[in-house]
Design a protein around this ligand. Structure first.
Ligand code: B12
Length: 213
């Protein structure tokens, strides 16, 4: 299994789409848990790409291709994740968005996939989503949880803008807000008045569940 995971990571790092899809199928055929493939295969490879990019060992076109391969592999893993006995049927709405100005959506998509497995009815607004649209969706889905993703330090203030706008629209406390993304911390969540922060998709789903009570 470790060798197959290593093959998957290597294929993403060398932009070998066919190899990555093959390695993903092999892992699923071997019965490896979808969550492990998402976290220890796909996500770890993207983090390594990020490290290489920062050090000048990789360049933007490679990151773009790796992100596309990540999504293709995720398309194969997600349906299996949904049928993996862990799925619970609830139908509480979870509105998800990557905030305005931010085009990073791989992490948000994983949060959505994981939230579905614990029974959330996920309404994904996509990326680069303006505050007005987030407020409108929160109003329509209320009571609900709103999950806001930001991967850039320059777009984190949009999370605060959304929290403030939801507050001003009078939608609290029926709307709980959780935030995440690589530069986001618990401290930031506290500072902007969000109800919670989670560092990864599995803990995001757990956090959302805990807020239902
Ligand atoms: C892939 C990538 C891209 C891709 C995105 C493709 C896509 N469809 O998403 C592309 C090439 C488009 C891109 C563009 C840019 N990027 Co970029 N990108 C990355 C990279 C390498 C990986 C991000 C990723 O997908 N990680 C894998 C996923 C699974 O992890 P994740 O996103 O962190 O999500 C997990 C958690 O954070 C959490 N989570 C995420 N969202 C949420 C939401 C909630 C509610 C919760 C609870 C949890 C949660 O759970 C997720 C799953 O476990 C990072 C490096 C890094 N270390 O993060 C840089 C990075 C984020 N990018 C960076 C930059 C600078 C840019 C550009 C400005 C580059 C440029 N000059 O054009 C543009 C900005 C475009 C824009 N306006 O958004 C910088 C940001 C620096 C900063 N401090 O702001 C980083 C850190 C790289 C670096 N240089 O250090 N990027």
């Amino acid at each position: 299994m470790d060798e197959n995971l290593a093959n998957l990571r290597r294929a993403i790092l060398t932009q070998d789409e066919d190899g990555a899809l093959r390695a993903t199928r092999r892992l699923l055929d071997a019965g490896v848990a979808p969550r492990v493939i998402l976290e220890s295969g796909l996500t770890d490879a993207m983090l390594e790409i990020g490290r290489r990019w920062r050090c000048g060992e990789a360049f933007l076109p490679e990151v773009i291709v790796a992100a596309k391969i990540f999504s293709r592999c995720n398309e194969i893993v997600e349906p299996v994740l949904m049928t993996s006995g862990e799925t619970v049927h609830r139908s509480h709405p979870l509105v998800l968005a990557t905030v305005k100005g931010d085009l990073h959506d791989l992490g948000k998509n994983l949060v959505g996939a994981m939230a579905k497995t614990v029974g959330f009815n996920v309404r994904d607004l996509g990326k680069d989503v303006p505050v007005d649209e987030i407020v409108a969706a929160a109003r329509e889905s209320s009571p609900c949880i709103v999950g806001l993703s930001a991967l850039l330090t320059t777009t984190m203030p949009q999370q605060k803008a959304a929290v403030d706008a939801i507050e001003q629209a009078g939608l609290r406390p029926d709307v709980k807000i959780i935030v995440g993304g690589a530069p986001v911390t618990q401290e930031w969540a506290d500072q902007i008045g969000a109800d919670g922060y989670a560092p990864d998709a599995a803990s995001a789903a757990e956090l959302a569940l805990s807020l239902l009570n």
